[in-house]
Design a protein around this ligand. Structure first.
Ligand SMILES: Cc1cc2nc3c(=O)[nH]c(=O)nc-3n(C[C@H](O)[C@H](O)[C@H](O)COP(=O)(O)OP(=O)(O)OC[C@H]3O[C@@H](n4cnc5c(N)ncnc54)[C@H](O)[C@@H]3O)c2cc1C
Length: 461
């Protein structure tokens, strides 16, 4: 077969079995798994580091700080198994009260002493807070606006459980919400309607509701999540090329040629595109990918998050009996958590600027973002907190090779109707990544499962 027939560039490197585009968790998992089964693989990574949205950054103070993915939750079984295989240790969240700030009022949320679980993720704290707030507003409305309650009696007659499931987003937030309500107003039977529950909640203030809660499980990796990626990359050694921005993928009759922006070409039988769906468009495919793929991805709003960290000479919030977990309902910084490293004397508070505020703040200077973070810390904990040693952040929406985070949010109907087909291969061009996973979409667990599934599919073929 001639080079022209195979689609091969004469200057190309020796052909491998599989080229993986992107050394994030999904790409590394796929490459590692294929190599373990005897396939020759090559990984082309655009950045000068592996990991993608897993990014443990060493700050000027020498602290490893998670600027990307950090938490593992119950059900993330493949991730837990991988962490164990890598010989890494898991860290439980700090015990202590969380803070929920709603409508300018700060409530301390104590961990449940009866629970075997330890602490909540910041997202769960925020979810719990939003759920409580909605319930309160609804309760006020029902009591203060009889004509409205009358007009909406059918809706108010729905099972309370259904309302809760559609108004809280995280399993942990829902479990804590049920626990908080149970402790505050007594057992809510499964048959209770929304209106019955609203009557029981009426007149109770937020603080009395939030004064108790169930702690929930979450874990992070001691020393940083990036070690998981390093573990997967280790056996791949020189087969991972950093700074290799893939510009085009050309499918020939018997081989696929992948060319970088620098003009280097590589050939393989199969290619796994393990980059976030919205940056796939930056790669030219020959023949072109079906248009519905990019149409669908364009429909999905990219997340917009800046992850930030304040580093202190001590985790001072612990002395106040606080866990460092904070959820707020307003302002640009909605969640915070204690991300201090085990064995370090320094204190690390991480926080997320999210949504429209994050897009505005992305255009601000770093010092203004730092100021916004410290102002929120003052509002929640009081003005008498120490001055931080350092501030760091990553604006993920301005990261060219990520294009927003945490990931694409497909609406449920969009997901079931079409988005699940996004993960299907186009001939010998395969797709892997957190957004292609049918379970744990957008999470580390989803990325890992997706990488493994693609590797299995290629091996079986
Ligand atoms: C701030 C933040 C916090 C998060 N927190 C959590 C958490 O606590 N728990 C959790 O489970 N998940 C979390 N996530 C989500 C999690 O990080 C992702 O689901 C997961 O890391 C995605 O892995 P991936 O391999 O699919 O994609 P990525 O990690 O995005 O990897 C894609 C790789 O492709 C590379 N690439 C892109 N374009 C090209 C190109 N043209 N050529 C070559 N290479 C290219 C990129 O540089 C990148 O390395 C978080 C994400 C962010 C950003």
């Amino acid at each position: 077969m001639s080079d022209a027939q195979s689609g091969q560039d004469p200057a190309a490197q020796p052909m491998v079995d599989v080229i993986v585009v992107g050394a994030g968790l999904a790409g590394l998992c796929a490459a590692n798994s294929l190599q373990a089964r005897g396939r020759r693989v090559l990984v082309l990574e655009a950045r000068d580091r592996i990991g993608g949205r897993v990014y443990t950054r060493r700050t000027a103070s020498g602290e490893p700080v998670e600027m990307g993915a950090q938490w593992l939750n119950p059900g993330h079984d493949h991730m837990f198994a991988l962490v164990e295989r890598a010989g890494l240790e898991l860290v439980a969240p700090m015990l202590g009260d969380s803070a929920v700030m709603l409508e300018g009022r700060v409530a301390r949320v104590a961990p449940d002493p009866d629970s075997k679980r330890t602490g909540m993720t910041p997202f769960e704290v925020a979810d719990l807070g939003q759920g409580l707030l909605r319930l309160h507003h609804l309760s006020d409305r029902v009591n203060d606006n009889e004509p409205w309650a009358e007009a909406n009696s059918a809706w108010l007659g729905q099972p309370f459980d259904r309302w809760m499931r559609s108004n809280l987003r995280t399993p942990g937030g829902k479990a804590a919400f049920q626990h908080v309500l149970g402790r505050a107003v007594g057992l809510i039977s499964p048959e209770s309607t929304l209106i019955e529950t609203l009557h029981r909640v009426a007149g109770r203030d937020l603080d009395s509701l939030a004064a108790v809660n169930a702690g929930l499980q979450q874990r992070r990796v001691k020393g940083g999540m990036a070690q998981v990626c390093e573990f997967l990359a280790e056996p791949l050694a020189d087969q991972v090329h950093l700074g290799a921005v893939v510009a085009s993928v050309t499918v020939g009759d018997a081989a696929i040629t992948v060319t970088t922006a620098e003009g280097e070409s590589f050939t393989a039988r199969d290619v796994i595109v393990a980059v976030p769906p919205r940056v796939v468009d930056a790669i030219t495919f020959e023949p072109a990918l079906p248009e519905w793929r990019s149409d669908l991805v364009r429909e999905v709003p990219p997340g917009n998050v800046i992850k930030a960290a304040l580093i202190y000479d001590t985790p001072w919030w612990r002395e106040r009996g606080m866990s460092g977990q904070v959820g707020t309902d307003a302002g640009p910084l909605r969640v915070m958590s204690d991300s201090s490293n085990v064995g370090s004397t320094l204190g690390v508070l991480t926080g997320f600027f999210e949504g429209p505020e994050a897009s505005g703040l992305g255009r601000w200077t770093v010092s203004l973002r730092e100021r916004t973070f410290t102002d929120t810390v003052h509002t929640v904990f009081g003005a008498d907190v120490p001055t931080p040693l350092e501030y760091v952040d990553v604006d993920w929406s301005s990261e060219r090779f990520t294009g927003g985070c945490h990931g694409a949010h497909f609406a449920p109907s969009v997901w079931t109707a079409v988005a699940s087909s996004l993960g299907a291969p186009e001939g010998h061009v395969h797709f892997a990544g957190a957004e292609y996973a049918s379970r744990f979409t957008g999470y580390l667990e989803g990325a890992l499962r997706s990488g493994k599934e693609v590797a299995d599919r290629i091996t079986k073929r």
